[in-house]
Design a protein around this ligand. Structure first.
Ligand SMILES: Cc1ncc(COP(=O)(O)O)c(C=O)c1O
Length: 394
């Protein structure tokens, strides 16, 4: 791990830095003393090969314009990374450097959705999938993605002649579930038959437990992915949220060109900082992957620890996530709403977690809270202590 931290403990210096740098519901946005197990980027320091890659680049003091579609090494890097780690067949000419996975989902919606078109998304799912569609006048249709439901049937029920796209989050934020290969293939075949687009957000696809496999949409036969866009990002596995960097993998080079034009990257009005691309290139190399494996092992321990914790609390229940560093916990047995529990924990027990409410995730999120466990052992230990006390004091 980087010289500034360890997996076991956040030093006072680390905390001071996070309080000034970690926004988006985290340290810098909360009253001092509140522990954030909230938004989804890590307290773990960035793997040192990434920092070294950026430092090396800066030895030559030129920061010139890059190409509209992204640096050739970035596009090649994404293709190699996907083909090596996600059993895929991606060509560099299909890759577009984007300023985040979030912007990738917005770009796809912008390019394929006309006002009034329907888009099928999960319920619950991260708000990004809904917002990207609403931003361009699309209409949301939600399928039940609570655990133990038949996703394919639920998706089919939402289809109408107005359906233009299906947006997937795989692995799934917030439930931590993964589509099995058989289901994903059936979804791809069905979407092809209906001639609709798919946007697949795979930002969580590196963070998997117990050796589980995430099947990228790009690991299927090319004939099934002619209208399939894949989005990948570096904020989760590598802690690079502040660099605003992601990758959009288009179905073919022509679609990549369309996206470059639609984003105004070709006019230089959009584009990813070359320095961010350099960070991502370093992240996709083997040294960073190997550092990430250590981080993953730590997340696995955190996940297993929360599983034990949840089992010990009679008011909580959960299905352990197969992927992501998010724990989706059912709190219905407390007899209170998620918003009430979150307020109570924050105001009385100095613990911040995310409520499962419709604004963040959709109507079927009610009755849950979401914990991020991308933190050090000491912070998680204190967070779980506060959670226990908070729930026992209700
Ligand atoms: C499914 C999903 N996509 C995208 C993002 C945001 O990624 P980025 O920082 O690359 O925009 C998140 C963050 O929580 C997420 O959960």
């Amino acid at each position: 791990m980087g010289k500034n931290g360890s997996f076991s403990r956040l030093t006072d210096e680390n905390k001071k830095t996070l309080r000034s740098r970690a926004f988006n519901f985290r340290w810098a946005t909360l009253e001092s003393g509140v522990i954030p197990l909230t938004a989804a980027d890590p307290d773990i320091t960035v793997p040192s090969p990434i920092i070294e890659g950026i430092q090396e680049y800066l030895k030559e003091p030129y920061l010139s314009y890059g190409p509209a579609e992204g640096l050739p090494d970035f596009c090649q890097g994404v293709a190699d990374f996907y083909n090596r780690h996600k059993n895929s067949d991606v060509k560099p000419e299909e890759v577009f450097a984007i300023n985040s996975a979030a912007s990738g989902m917005f770009l796809v919606a912008q390019a394929v959705i006309e006002p009034g078109d329907e888009v099928i998304i999960a319920d619950p799912v991260d708000f990004l999938l809904e917002r990207s569609v609403l931003a361009v006048g699309g209409v949301i249709k939600r399928f039940d993605r609570r655990p133990n439901t038949s996703f394919l049937e639920a998706i089919k029920e939402q289809y109408s002649t107005k359906t233009k796209m299906l947006s997937l989050c795989n692995p799934h934020n917030p439930t931590g579930e993964i589509f099995d290969r058989h289901t994903l293939e059936a979804i791809l075949k069905w979407a092809k038959e209906k001639d609709i687009y798919i946007a697949s957000d795979e930002i969580w696809s590196d963070i998997v437990y117990n050796g589980a496999t995430v099947h990228s949409v790009r690991s299927f036969d090319k004939s099934l992915t002619e209208k399939v866009f894949t989005v990948y990002g570096y904020s989760k596995s590598f802690g690079l949220a502040g660099l605003r960097i992601g990758a959009l993998i288009a179905p073919n080079p022509e679609w990549r060109e369309t996206m470059v034009k639609r984003s105004y990257a070709a006019d230089t009005a959009y584009g990813v900082a070359t320095l961010s691309q350099i960070g991502a290139i370093a992240a996709m190399q083997d040294a960073s992957w190997s550092a990430f494996q250590d981080i993953l092992q730590h997340y696995q321990q955190n996940r297993d620890w929360i599983t034990q914790f949840v089992d010990s609390m009679h008011t909580l229940s959960a299905i352990p996530p197969k992927a992501t560093y998010l724990y989706w916990i059912n709190i219905e047995q407390t007899g209170h709403s998620a918003d009430f529990i979150v307020e109570h924990l924050r105001n009385k027990h100095a613990l911040a977690v995310i409520p499962g409410n419709p604004t963040f995730f959709g109507p079927r999120a009610e009755g849950h809270i979401r914990l991020s466990f991308a933190t050090t052992t000491d912070v998680l230990e204190e967070g779980l202590k506060r959670l226990r006390k908070g729930l026992e004091s209700l």
